[in-house]
Design a protein around this ligand. Sequence first.
Ligand code: NDP
Length: 261
Amino acid sequence: MKLFAIFGNPVDHSRSPLMHNYTFEKLGIRHCYTRVLLESANVKETFLNLRLSGANITVPHKEEAFLQADEIRGIAKEIGAVNTLIYEDKKIIGYNTDAPGFMKAVEVFDFKSALILGAGGTAKAISAAFAKEGIDFAVLNRSAGRLDYFEKRGWKVYTWENFEPDSYKLIVNTTSAGLKDDSFPAPENILKKVFENAKYAVDAIYGKKTPFLKLAESLGLETKDGKDMLLYQGVLAFDYFTNHRYDIKTIEKFMRESFEL
Ligand code: NDP
């Protein structure tokens, strides 16, 4: 039996234990996935002390996990953040499945240009994925502070004050606006302007229809909340946890079922 965990602070709201344990059970695998409230930054020490075979990392430890992993693979190198750790040959390997998980969630949409609202960890992951896929994108954030990261990489950045709208097919909300309140991620006039030329709106927030998605829907856009992004980052992490032994579609089917529990 192998032990897996999610590290976060807070971590009690996380759906990952349910997603992974349900899928282990359905596949007849005797592994266990638990949650760890990590109040310090001791990602590596905690991982080793618990003798974990793998872990997922959530807010606020993704950057620290990146720094403490023995080796980083794939797109995590560009993002500077890790959400999946694997124990392999006595080394801790770090991956990022948020970025490919997001791309998988939006593969049903036909777009080559996008506007990302927000400039936090999720925006970094999505930007790296867009850059890799050749999507023409810009980042719009409430304040300038966090835009440095994007600007340094040569990506277009705006604050609400200096925003110059262009034509974007996909608008993505990666801010937490609308999560616990009914606010928009950007002023309503900016949203209405960018929705005029857009076809799709996606929110990273899941489990509720945010004012952002409601507005997009009322203007005729196709919309999607963050459930599929959550699902696919989990499917890809599970695939690493089980060393690519199971069919991806089967993992997806069981993880999707776990959302109904
Ligand atoms: P961060 O804290 O790293 O970034 C938050 C960003 O949102 C910042 O750019 C901040 O702007 C902006 N922001 C916060 N509140 C507001 C507001 N009221 N109006 C406008 N902008 C605001 O967060 P994360 O990137 O880690 O997460 C963002 C969201 O994505 C969360 O809601 C989270 O639940 C969701 N998420 C979903 C996932 C999924 O699998 N579906 C995975 C990961 C995250 P400023 O710089 O000005 O402070």
